[in-house]
Design a protein around this ligand. Structure first.
Ligand code: FEO
Length: 401
């Protein structure tokens, strides 16, 4: 059965949500599911903006058929060619063989890579800034390379001020009836997933995101329609400002994040004590995570969120404990930078995790180590409490406004 939502008089939501998928991109846990958004505009010509993942193709195709109500599909705008959005292009072409596909050179190159249908006879090639008028609506195509792939563009509808923003301004989380962000407690219930989505999917490309935001700032945007998650028609500036923060690698909050690995509890005991000492110095925004219990995508997102991070790990096989090493590898891969950091190591013999963690952090841009390395031999000793106090003081100083 179709499940279509009306956004304006002639703009319809024809996407759908998937709550069965465990891992988005087969790597990111999505306990709240994900939506694959697609939009259909009924003008003198009909325009579909992006398709969906295979998993929701049945509902998506029924939605398109329902909204078209027997009309032909004239244009398919392909803003992004990752298969969570392009997987049903061939099905659309089969059902609507006269459709013109709107894309840029890189879009068509990728369509040829993914598909064998004759795209050239259907191609409507656009360059950055080109427009397409379909009646009342004029669509302007704004290239947004690396947000999140090189072919990405966003499409601005000058008739109604709608920005079809591709992956930008998307979030993990299946839709549950309410389509508009202003109908939801977005800050309370969605922001963590929006941040985790942005940081893990696009976080590496902050410069390119900022370039796109600069281009978008010149457009009279009234609504933002992303490819995942709810649609924005109110408080748009608030969400854009979050993107500016994330893309410029400045901390979203002054706060202390403690991420530890602990095999038998001794490192955990040490960081819990450090958290208490820090709290006693008046710091309120403190968060402690066990890297073995929390998915690395959450840890990466939290590292981007806070100003000050403690990394604590045992030495394991003469290396950093694997869960902590994975976090550091992922942080580097996502261009993590511009934070205060503390390193704590533990080991019963041949301590080396601290040196190796410090080296990895030093290879990232503007990571400031704000206290000497604390080395624990098996368990924290009373004579080390003074050093712990110094670390707590450094953490408190770091988060002071
Ligand atoms: Fe939602 Fe880059 O795909």
């Amino acid at each position: 059965m179709n499940n279509v939502r009306r956004i304006t008089d002639d703009v319809f939501y024809v996407g759908a949500s998937d709550r069965r998928l465990s891992l988005f991109e087969n790597i990111y846990p999505i306990e709240r599911g994900v939506s694959y958004n697609s939009y259909l505009v009924l003008d003198e010509k009909t325009v579909l903006l992006d398709t969906t993942d295979h998993s929701v193709s049945r509902e998506f195709l029924e939605n398109v058929e329902t909204v078209l109500a027997g009309r032909p599909l004239d244009y398919l705008v392909v803003n992004h060619m990752e298969p969570d959005h392009c997987a049903t292009i061939a099905e659309i072409v089969l059902r609507y063989p006269d459709v013109k596909i709107v894309g840029n050179q890189k879009t068509f190159q990728m369509i040829r890579q993914f598909y064998t249908f004759d795209v050239d006879e259907r191609a409507h090639l656009v360059k950055d800034g080109d427009t397409l008028t379909t009646g009342k609506h004029t669509f302007a195509f704004v290239f947004a390379p690396m947000v999140h792939w090189p072919e990405v563009m966003v499409t601005f509808d000058t008739f109604n001020g709608i920005l079809f923003s591709a992956d930008a301004f998307g979030t993990f989380g299946a839709l549950a009836g309410n389509l508009f962000a202003d109908e939801l407690d977005f800050e309370g219930e969605w922001l963590d997933d929006a941040r985790r989505y942005y940081i893990n999917i696009v976080g590496k490309y902050g410069v390119q995101v900022m370039n796109t935001l600069k281009k978008a700032a010149t457009l009279p945007i009234k609504m933002i329609l992303p490819l995942h998650g709810p649609v924005w028609r109110e408080n748009i500036e608030w969400f854009i400002s979050k993107y500016q923060t994330w893309a410029s690698y400045v901390p979203e909050e002054k706060g202390v994040l403690v991420v530890y690995s602990s095999i038998y509890g001794n490192t955990a005991n040490a960081v819990d004590l450090l958290a208490s000492m820090t709290a006693e110095k008046g710091v309120k925004n403190i968060h402690v995570y066990d890297a073995s219990k929390t998915d690395v995508s959450v840890l990466v997102s939290e590292c981007f969120r806070y100003s000050t991070i403690v990394f604590a790990s045992p030495t394991y096989n003469a290396e950093i404990f694997p869960k902590m090493e994975m976090l550091l590898i992922e942080l580097k891969a996502h261009a993590f930078q511009n934070r205060d950091a503390v390193v704590i190591e533990n080991g019963s013999w041949a301590l080396s995790a601290g040196r190796k963690m410090t080296e990895m952090l030093s290879s990232m841009k503007d990571i400031r180590i704000i206290a000497p390395l604390l080395s624990i031999k098996s368990s924290l000793k009373v004579e080390q409490l003074e050093d712990m106090e110094k670390i707590a003081s450094a953490l408190a100083e770091s988060v002071r406004e």
